[in-house]
Design a protein around this ligand. Structure first.
Ligand SMILES: *Cc1c(COP(=O)(O)O)cnc(C)c1O
Length: 381
Protein backbone atom coordinates (compact mmCIF):
# COMPACT_ATOMS: atom_id res chain seq x y z
CA UNK A 1 0.00 0.00 0.00
CA UNK A 2 1.55 3.26 -1.11
CA UNK A 3 2.12 6.06 1.38
CA UNK A 4 0.48 8.36 -1.17
CA UNK A 5 -2.98 7.19 -0.16
CA UNK A 6 -5.03 9.32 2.17
CA UNK A 7 -5.60 8.42 5.80
CA UNK A 8 -9.03 6.82 5.41
CA UNK A 9 -7.70 4.49 2.71
CA UNK A 10 -4.56 3.56 4.64
CA UNK A 11 -6.66 2.81 7.74
CA UNK A 12 -8.52 0.13 5.81
CA UNK A 13 -5.76 -1.24 3.58
CA UNK A 14 -2.25 -0.62 4.97
CA UNK A 15 -0.66 -3.90 6.09
CA UNK A 16 -3.73 -5.79 4.95
CA UNK A 17 -2.99 -7.39 1.61
CA UNK A 18 -5.31 -10.30 0.90
CA UNK A 19 -4.08 -13.46 2.68
CA UNK A 20 -1.59 -15.19 0.31
CA UNK A 21 -2.97 -18.68 1.04
CA UNK A 22 -6.73 -18.12 0.65
CA UNK A 23 -7.31 -14.57 -0.50
CA UNK A 24 -9.13 -13.75 2.76
CA UNK A 25 -9.68 -9.98 2.62
CA UNK A 26 -9.12 -9.57 6.34
CA UNK A 27 -5.89 -10.80 7.96
CA UNK A 28 -6.71 -14.11 9.67
CA UNK A 29 -6.12 -14.56 13.40
CA UNK A 30 -2.91 -16.60 13.36
CA UNK A 31 -3.50 -18.18 16.78
CA UNK A 32 -0.15 -19.96 16.77
CA UNK A 33 3.05 -19.93 18.81
CA UNK A 34 5.55 -21.54 16.42
CA UNK A 35 6.15 -22.19 12.71
CA UNK A 36 7.46 -25.18 10.73
CA UNK A 37 10.92 -24.54 9.32
CA UNK A 38 11.91 -25.82 5.88
CA UNK A 39 15.20 -27.25 7.09
CA UNK A 40 17.03 -25.66 10.05
CA UNK A 41 16.75 -21.88 9.75
CA UNK A 42 14.47 -22.11 6.70
CA UNK A 43 11.82 -19.65 7.87
CA UNK A 44 8.71 -18.96 5.79
CA UNK A 45 8.23 -15.21 5.60
CA UNK A 46 10.59 -14.70 8.55
CA UNK A 47 8.21 -16.30 11.06
CA UNK A 48 9.92 -18.34 13.77
CA UNK A 49 8.14 -17.86 17.12
CA UNK A 50 5.17 -15.60 17.88
CA UNK A 51 6.84 -13.45 20.53
CA UNK A 52 9.31 -12.41 17.83
CA UNK A 53 6.69 -12.00 15.08
CA UNK A 54 3.16 -13.15 14.28
CA UNK A 55 1.40 -12.41 10.96
CA UNK A 56 -1.71 -10.87 12.56
CA UNK A 57 0.47 -8.62 14.69
CA UNK A 58 2.61 -7.77 11.65
CA UNK A 59 -0.53 -6.62 9.83
CA UNK A 60 -1.39 -4.31 12.74
CA UNK A 61 2.19 -3.05 13.07
CA UNK A 62 2.42 -2.15 9.37
CA UNK A 63 -0.93 -0.41 9.61
CA UNK A 64 0.14 1.61 12.68
CA UNK A 65 3.37 2.71 10.98
CA UNK A 66 1.44 3.87 7.90
CA UNK A 67 -1.17 5.81 9.91
CA UNK A 68 1.43 7.73 11.92
CA UNK A 69 3.67 8.30 8.89
CA UNK A 70 6.47 6.24 10.45
CA UNK A 71 8.73 3.49 9.18
CA UNK A 72 8.23 1.08 12.07
CA UNK A 73 5.20 0.26 14.22
CA UNK A 74 5.24 -2.14 17.16
CA UNK A 75 2.21 -3.52 19.00
CA UNK A 76 2.19 -4.32 22.72
CA UNK A 77 -0.04 -5.94 25.32
CA UNK A 78 -1.06 -2.53 26.73
CA UNK A 79 -0.17 1.13 26.51
CA UNK A 80 1.92 0.84 29.66
CA UNK A 81 3.76 -2.20 28.28
CA UNK A 82 4.67 -0.07 25.25
CA UNK A 83 5.81 2.79 27.52
CA UNK A 84 7.91 0.46 29.69
CA UNK A 85 9.62 -1.02 26.63
CA UNK A 86 10.31 2.45 25.27
CA UNK A 87 11.75 3.76 28.54
CA UNK A 88 14.06 0.78 28.94
CA UNK A 89 15.22 1.19 25.35
CA UNK A 90 15.97 4.92 25.66
CA UNK A 91 17.22 5.17 29.25
CA UNK A 92 19.97 3.83 31.49
CA UNK A 93 20.80 4.53 35.16
CA UNK A 94 21.88 8.15 35.60
CA UNK A 95 19.73 9.42 32.73
CA UNK A 96 17.03 12.03 33.21
CA UNK A 97 13.57 12.52 31.68
CA UNK A 98 11.28 15.55 31.61
CA UNK A 99 7.65 14.56 32.16
CA UNK A 100 4.52 16.70 31.85
CA UNK A 101 2.60 18.18 34.79
CA UNK A 102 -0.60 16.77 33.32
CA UNK A 103 -0.50 13.18 32.13
CA UNK A 104 -2.17 9.83 32.37
CA UNK A 105 -1.84 8.71 36.02
CA UNK A 106 -0.37 5.34 35.06
CA UNK A 107 2.40 7.02 33.06
CA UNK A 108 3.33 9.09 36.09
CA UNK A 109 3.26 5.97 38.31
CA UNK A 110 5.56 4.14 35.88
CA UNK A 111 8.14 6.95 36.19
CA UNK A 112 7.73 7.70 39.89
CA UNK A 113 7.37 4.19 41.31
CA UNK A 114 8.97 1.81 38.83
CA UNK A 115 11.55 3.30 36.45
CA UNK A 116 12.95 5.60 39.17
CA UNK A 117 14.00 2.51 41.16
CA UNK A 118 16.50 1.73 38.40
CA UNK A 119 18.28 5.04 38.87
CA UNK A 120 16.48 7.10 36.23
CA UNK A 121 15.81 10.67 37.34
CA UNK A 122 12.73 12.61 36.29
CA UNK A 123 11.37 16.09 36.74
CA UNK A 124 7.99 17.60 36.04
CA UNK A 125 7.47 20.57 33.70
CA UNK A 126 4.50 22.38 32.24
CA UNK A 127 5.11 21.20 28.69
CA UNK A 128 2.60 23.77 27.36
CA UNK A 129 5.52 26.18 27.76
CA UNK A 130 8.61 25.40 25.64
CA UNK A 131 10.60 27.66 28.01
CA UNK A 132 9.54 25.58 31.01
CA UNK A 133 10.72 22.45 29.18
CA UNK A 134 14.05 24.12 28.37
CA UNK A 135 14.47 25.11 32.04
CA UNK A 136 13.83 21.51 33.18
CA UNK A 137 16.44 19.99 30.87
CA UNK A 138 19.73 18.83 32.41
CA UNK A 139 22.93 17.58 30.78
CA UNK A 140 21.73 14.00 31.49
CA UNK A 141 18.30 14.52 29.88
CA UNK A 142 17.73 11.79 27.29
CA UNK A 143 14.00 12.22 26.67
CA UNK A 144 11.18 14.72 26.90
CA UNK A 145 7.75 13.14 27.35
CA UNK A 146 4.66 14.96 26.16
CA UNK A 147 0.96 14.13 26.14
CA UNK A 148 -1.19 16.37 23.92
CA UNK A 149 -4.08 16.76 24.40
CA UNK A 150 -3.35 15.72 27.97
CA UNK A 151 -5.33 13.53 30.32
CA UNK A 152 -7.49 14.78 32.04
CA UNK A 153 -7.07 18.57 31.67
CA UNK A 154 -6.87 18.70 27.84
CA UNK A 155 -3.66 20.72 27.99
CA UNK A 156 -1.91 21.29 24.67
CA UNK A 157 1.80 21.17 23.89
CA UNK A 158 3.29 22.71 20.76
CA UNK A 159 4.91 19.55 19.39
CA UNK A 160 7.14 21.30 16.83
CA UNK A 161 8.40 23.86 19.37
CA UNK A 162 9.16 21.26 22.06
CA UNK A 163 10.79 18.97 19.49
CA UNK A 164 13.16 21.86 18.78
CA UNK A 165 13.93 22.31 22.50
CA UNK A 166 14.51 18.57 23.02
CA UNK A 167 16.70 18.17 19.96
CA UNK A 168 18.84 21.22 20.87
CA UNK A 169 19.67 19.37 24.09
CA UNK A 170 20.32 16.06 22.31
CA UNK A 171 17.18 14.49 23.83
CA UNK A 172 14.43 12.56 22.10
CA UNK A 173 10.82 13.77 22.04
CA UNK A 174 8.17 11.19 22.90
CA UNK A 175 4.52 12.09 22.24
CA UNK A 176 1.62 10.15 23.75
CA UNK A 177 -0.94 10.57 20.94
CA UNK A 178 -3.69 8.53 22.58
CA UNK A 179 -6.23 11.38 22.95
CA UNK A 180 -5.90 12.66 19.39
CA UNK A 181 -5.27 9.45 17.39
CA UNK A 182 -3.26 9.73 14.15
CA UNK A 183 -6.38 10.86 12.31
CA UNK A 184 -6.38 14.15 14.24
CA UNK A 185 -2.65 14.64 14.80
CA UNK A 186 0.61 13.18 13.46
CA UNK A 187 3.46 13.98 15.86
CA UNK A 188 6.23 12.40 13.75
CA UNK A 189 5.56 14.93 10.98
CA UNK A 190 6.02 17.69 13.60
CA UNK A 191 9.42 16.43 14.76
CA UNK A 192 8.61 13.83 17.44
CA UNK A 193 10.97 10.84 17.59
CA UNK A 194 8.50 8.30 18.97
CA UNK A 195 4.71 8.18 19.20
CA UNK A 196 3.08 6.20 22.01
CA UNK A 197 -0.50 4.93 21.99
CA UNK A 198 -2.81 3.21 24.32
CA UNK A 199 -4.65 1.46 21.46
CA UNK A 200 -7.17 0.49 24.14
CA UNK A 201 -8.75 3.89 23.53
CA UNK A 202 -9.63 5.45 20.13
CA UNK A 203 -7.61 3.07 17.95
CA UNK A 204 -9.47 -0.04 19.19
CA UNK A 205 -12.49 2.17 19.75
CA UNK A 206 -14.99 -0.40 21.03
CA UNK A 207 -13.97 -0.95 24.68
CA UNK A 208 -13.18 -4.58 23.96
CA UNK A 209 -9.37 -4.80 23.90
CA UNK A 210 -6.34 -3.54 25.84
CA UNK A 211 -3.26 -2.73 23.76
CA UNK A 212 -0.41 -0.33 23.13
CA UNK A 213 1.84 0.82 20.33
CA UNK A 214 5.12 2.57 19.55
CA UNK A 215 5.77 4.17 16.16
CA UNK A 216 8.94 5.85 14.91
CA UNK A 217 10.19 7.35 11.67
CA UNK A 218 13.83 6.50 12.58
CA UNK A 219 14.92 3.14 11.16
CA UNK A 220 17.73 2.64 13.69
CA UNK A 221 15.53 3.45 16.67
CA UNK A 222 12.84 1.20 15.18
CA UNK A 223 15.33 -1.69 15.18
CA UNK A 224 16.29 -1.02 18.80
CA UNK A 225 12.65 -0.89 19.87
CA UNK A 226 11.87 -4.10 18.01
CA UNK A 227 14.86 -5.76 19.69
CA UNK A 228 13.52 -4.75 23.11
CA UNK A 229 9.95 -5.73 22.20
CA UNK A 230 11.21 -9.27 21.59
CA UNK A 231 13.70 -9.26 24.47
CA UNK A 232 11.12 -8.00 27.00
CA UNK A 233 8.17 -9.88 25.52
CA UNK A 234 5.15 -7.65 26.26
CA UNK A 235 3.68 -8.26 22.79
CA UNK A 236 0.08 -7.94 21.56
CA UNK A 237 -1.55 -11.34 21.04
CA UNK A 238 -3.06 -12.33 17.66
CA UNK A 239 -6.71 -11.90 18.66
CA UNK A 240 -6.05 -8.54 20.32
CA UNK A 241 -4.13 -7.42 17.21
CA UNK A 242 -7.06 -8.47 15.03
CA UNK A 243 -9.62 -6.61 17.16
CA UNK A 244 -7.47 -3.48 17.09
CA UNK A 245 -7.10 -3.67 13.30
CA UNK A 246 -10.86 -4.05 12.97
CA UNK A 247 -11.39 -0.97 15.13
CA UNK A 248 -8.89 1.11 13.17
CA UNK A 249 -10.81 0.64 9.89
CA UNK A 250 -13.49 3.05 11.15
CA UNK A 251 -11.18 5.42 13.05
CA UNK A 252 -11.67 8.37 10.70
CA UNK A 253 -15.47 8.27 10.70
CA UNK A 254 -15.59 7.64 14.43
CA UNK A 255 -13.27 10.59 15.20
CA UNK A 256 -15.39 12.92 13.06
CA UNK A 257 -18.50 11.93 14.99
CA UNK A 258 -16.75 11.98 18.40
CA UNK A 259 -15.65 15.54 17.64
CA UNK A 260 -19.07 16.70 16.40
CA UNK A 261 -20.77 15.27 19.50
CA UNK A 262 -18.12 16.72 21.84
CA UNK A 263 -18.67 20.16 20.33
CA UNK A 264 -22.40 19.87 21.16
CA UNK A 265 -21.55 18.79 24.70
CA UNK A 266 -19.13 21.71 25.10
CA UNK A 267 -21.83 24.15 23.92
CA UNK A 268 -24.15 22.83 26.62
CA UNK A 269 -21.51 22.92 29.37
CA UNK A 270 -20.16 26.42 28.74
CA UNK A 271 -23.60 27.95 29.27
CA UNK A 272 -24.66 25.71 32.17
CA UNK A 273 -24.96 27.48 35.55
CA UNK A 274 -23.58 24.47 37.49
CA UNK A 275 -20.41 24.30 35.40
CA UNK A 276 -17.58 26.61 36.48
CA UNK A 277 -14.96 25.71 33.85
CA UNK A 278 -14.79 23.67 30.65
CA UNK A 279 -11.54 22.19 29.31
CA UNK A 280 -11.63 21.62 25.54
CA UNK A 281 -8.92 22.62 23.04
CA UNK A 282 -11.57 23.67 20.53
CA UNK A 283 -12.70 26.54 22.78
CA UNK A 284 -11.20 29.87 21.65
CA UNK A 285 -10.51 30.69 25.33
CA UNK A 286 -8.36 27.56 25.75
CA UNK A 287 -4.88 29.05 26.38
CA UNK A 288 -3.30 27.03 23.55
CA UNK A 289 -6.28 26.96 21.19
CA UNK A 290 -4.20 28.41 18.34
CA UNK A 291 -1.54 25.72 18.71
CA UNK A 292 -4.19 23.00 18.81
CA UNK A 293 -5.81 24.44 15.69
CA UNK A 294 -2.42 24.44 13.94
CA UNK A 295 -1.38 20.87 14.78
CA UNK A 296 -4.72 19.04 14.94
CA UNK A 297 -7.28 18.34 12.22
CA UNK A 298 -10.09 18.67 14.80
CA UNK A 299 -10.30 18.75 18.59
CA UNK A 300 -11.51 15.26 19.46
CA UNK A 301 -14.02 13.67 21.79
CA UNK A 302 -12.62 14.29 25.28
CA UNK A 303 -14.13 17.02 27.46
CA UNK A 304 -13.42 17.81 31.12
CA UNK A 305 -15.30 20.27 33.32
CA UNK A 306 -15.52 21.53 36.88
CA UNK A 307 -18.74 21.52 38.82
CA UNK A 308 -19.97 24.19 41.24
CA UNK A 309 -20.23 22.72 44.74
CA UNK A 310 -16.88 20.95 44.85
CA UNK A 311 -15.90 17.31 44.98
CA UNK A 312 -19.22 15.92 46.21
CA UNK A 313 -21.13 17.76 43.48
CA UNK A 314 -18.75 16.39 40.83
CA UNK A 315 -19.11 12.85 42.17
CA UNK A 316 -22.91 13.27 42.13
CA UNK A 317 -22.90 14.27 38.45
CA UNK A 318 -20.97 11.08 37.66
CA UNK A 319 -23.34 8.97 39.77
CA UNK A 320 -26.50 10.46 38.22
CA UNK A 321 -25.42 10.02 34.59
CA UNK A 322 -27.18 7.12 32.88
CA UNK A 323 -26.35 7.09 29.17
CA UNK A 324 -22.82 8.27 29.99
CA UNK A 325 -21.60 5.08 31.64
CA UNK A 326 -19.66 5.56 34.87
CA UNK A 327 -16.31 3.97 34.19
CA UNK A 328 -12.61 4.41 33.53
CA UNK A 329 -11.05 4.36 30.07
CA UNK A 330 -12.13 6.39 27.05
CA UNK A 331 -12.29 6.47 23.28
CA UNK A 332 -14.98 3.84 22.76
CA UNK A 333 -18.16 4.29 20.74
CA UNK A 334 -20.13 4.47 24.01
CA UNK A 335 -19.94 7.61 26.16
CA UNK A 336 -18.18 7.31 29.50
CA UNK A 337 -17.98 9.63 32.49
CA UNK A 338 -15.67 9.56 35.49
CA UNK A 339 -14.23 11.46 38.45
CA UNK A 340 -10.45 11.61 37.78
CA UNK A 341 -9.53 12.52 41.37
CA UNK A 342 -11.02 9.30 42.75
CA UNK A 343 -10.67 7.07 39.69
CA UNK A 344 -8.14 7.29 36.83
CA UNK A 345 -5.87 9.81 38.55
CA UNK A 346 -5.97 8.54 42.15
CA UNK A 347 -2.28 7.61 41.71
CA UNK A 348 -1.22 11.26 41.27
CA UNK A 349 -2.82 12.50 44.52
CA UNK A 350 -0.37 14.67 46.47
CA UNK A 351 2.01 15.01 43.48
CA UNK A 352 2.61 17.90 41.09
CA UNK A 353 0.11 16.19 38.79
CA UNK A 354 -2.79 16.35 41.26
CA UNK A 355 -6.10 17.17 39.51
CA UNK A 356 -8.91 19.45 40.79
CA UNK A 357 -11.31 17.63 43.14
CA UNK A 358 -14.37 19.11 41.39
CA UNK A 359 -13.29 17.79 37.97
CA UNK A 360 -15.40 15.47 35.80
CA UNK A 361 -14.04 13.87 32.62
CA UNK A 362 -16.29 12.77 29.77
CA UNK A 363 -15.40 10.59 26.82
CA UNK A 364 -18.09 11.62 24.36
CA UNK A 365 -19.23 8.65 22.30
CA UNK A 366 -20.97 8.42 18.95
CA UNK A 367 -24.54 7.97 20.17
CA UNK A 368 -27.18 10.56 19.27
CA UNK A 369 -25.95 13.96 20.46
CA UNK A 370 -29.49 14.89 21.54
CA UNK A 371 -29.66 11.86 23.84
CA UNK A 372 -26.23 12.69 25.27
CA UNK A 373 -27.23 16.30 25.99
CA UNK A 374 -30.44 15.18 27.67
CA UNK A 375 -28.50 12.81 29.92
CA UNK A 376 -25.91 15.43 30.91
CA UNK A 377 -28.67 17.95 31.60
CA UNK A 378 -30.40 15.60 34.01
CA UNK A 379 -27.08 14.58 35.60
CA UNK A 380 -26.13 18.20 36.27
CA UNK A 381 -29.53 18.62 37.95
C1 LIG B 1 -4.92 4.67 29.02
C2 LIG B 1 -3.76 5.51 28.71
C3 LIG B 1 -2.46 5.01 28.79
C4 LIG B 1 -2.14 3.61 29.27
O1 LIG B 1 -2.59 2.64 28.40
P1 LIG B 1 -3.11 1.17 28.83
O2 LIG B 1 -3.54 0.57 27.55
O3 LIG B 1 -4.21 1.36 29.83
O4 LIG B 1 -1.94 0.46 29.45
C5 LIG B 1 -1.42 5.84 28.43
N1 LIG B 1 -1.63 7.11 28.03
C6 LIG B 1 -2.87 7.64 27.96
C7 LIG B 1 -3.06 9.05 27.51
C8 LIG B 1 -3.98 6.86 28.30
O5 LIG B 1 -5.21 7.40 28.24
Amino acid sequence: MSDQHSFETLAIHAGQEADPLTGAVVPPIYQVSTYKQDGVGGLRGGYEYSRSANPTRTALEENLAALEGGVRGLAFASGLAAEDTLLRTLLAPGDHVVIPNDAYGGTFRLFAKVVSRWGVEWSVANTSSPDAVRAAIRPETKAVWVETPSNPLLGITDIAAVAGVAHEAGAKLVVDNTFASPYLQQPLSLGADVVVHSTTKYMGGHSDVVGGALITADTGLGEELAYHQNAMGAVAGPFDSWLTLRGIKTLAVRMDRHTANAERVVDLLVSHPKVTQVYYPGLPEHPLHEVAAKQMRAFGGMVSFRVAGGEEAAVEVCNRAKLFTLGESLGGVESLIEHPGRMTHASVAGSQLEVPADLVRASVGIESADDLLADLTQALG
